[in-house]
Design a protein around this ligand. Structure first.
Ligand SMILES: CC(=O)N[C@H]1[C@@H](OP(=O)(O)OP(=O)(O)OC[C@H]2O[C@@H](n3ccc(=O)[nH]c3=O)[C@H](O)[C@@H]2O)O[C@H](CO)[C@H](O)[C@@H]1O
Ligand SMILES: [Mn+2]
Length: 284
């Protein structure tokens, strides 16, 4: 390891440490070659889940093809793809050590139920299958695409991504659930960051607890006939408030749209794609 590895990997225009000393990963704060040197030897497997139901199968080709250019290249990756239309899953050539498993899941009428229902499916997947085969897991929205490197610098026990709309907003602007009646309620004056639910991850045990808790809290809400303002994202934010992520990823790891620039974003690694919600979602 050369001195080059140590210097000058820091930035003064962004905060790269949370108040509880979890690193916040920004381009220019780490050396990817050094990270590979450290992590490659462990031969970790990274399970990666994607849901594509209804019209959302149209996003799969771009997401998977771009992932095969940028996502954990040279590491073991096992994609789990959940869909109600297995026949609509495109053929995408996997790089070495990457493989894909397709699972059929029932269709659901409301897009909110599809989005929230992911937590329970992930909880079961981790408990029943992944415990003996993977080390880490990332759970990704499908209306997304990779544009840059996403590698082992993202690995940690519990990994949250700062939401691309709120990273430079004060806490009182965060769209936490503010109704006491919901299990996702966060009082004014509390909260650290606003995290996206479109991507999160970590070690299996930790993500298992997260998915289980969010599923339980959403069940409590359902019994009380209330649905949190941003669905599972509200519950995820509540979870991360009381179970702090050990690593945070900057919005480079989930940007809002590749065509929107921002001073602090030197690299867009992964981004939501522009979509017409009313056209692509079912109407219920
Ligand atoms: C950037 C961000 O904060 N994104 C959040 C926002 O997402 P979005 O507005 O991006 O929600 P979305 O439409 O992408 O739905 C979330 C995910 O559910 C799946 N899906 C949804 C509908 C459908 O018909 N078929 C299907 O497969 C698919 O994997 C999709 O990526 O709000 C959602 C629910 O409030 C989630 O919290 C998302 O993480
Ligand atoms: Mn999305």
């Amino acid at each position: 390891m050369s001195a080059k590895s140590v210097w000058p990997y820091y930035r003064t225009d962004v905060v790269s440490l949370s108040p509880w000393l979890a690193p916040i990963i920004w381009e220019g704060t780490f050396d990817p070659a050094l990270i590979d040197l450290i992590y490659k030897q462990y031969n970790f497997t990274i399970a990666t889940t994607v849901f594509a139901l209804g019209k959302y199968t149209r996003f799969l080709k771009d997401l998977l093809e771009s992932a095969e250019q940028h996502y954990f290249i040279g590491y073991r990756v096992h994609y789990y793809l959940f869909t109600d239309k297995p026949e609509a899953v495109p053929e995408v050539k996997m790089s070495e050590n990457h493989r894909l498993t397709v699972r059929r899941v029932p269709s659901l009428d409301r897009w909110q139920d599809i989005s929230m229902g992911r937590m329970e499916i992930l909880e079961k997947l981790i408990a029943n299958e992944l415990i003996n085969e993977s080390d880490f897991i990332f759970c990704l929205d499908v209306d997304t695409k990779f544009y840059g490197h996403w590698g082992a610098e993202t690995l940690g026990r519990l990994v949250g991504i700062i939401h691309p709309w709120f990273y430079d907003f004060p806490r009182n602007k965060f769209t936490y659930e503010r109704r006491r009646e919901s299990a996702a309620f966060i009082p004014d004056g509390e909260g650290d960051y606003y995290y996206t639910a479109a991507a999160f991850g970590g070690m299996l045990e930790d993500v298992y607890q997260l998915t289980k808790t969010c599923r339980q809290q959403m069940n409590i809400d359902r019994e009380n006939s209330i649905e949190a303002i941003w669905h599972e994202e509200s519950h995820l934010n509540k979870y991360f408030l009381y179970n702090k992520p050990t690593k945070l990823l900057s919005p480079e790891y989930l940007w809002r749209d590749i065509n929107i620039p921002a001073d602090q974003i030197r690299v867009v690694r992964f981004s939501h794609i522009a979509k017409n919600n009313s056209e692509v979602r079912s109407h219920h």
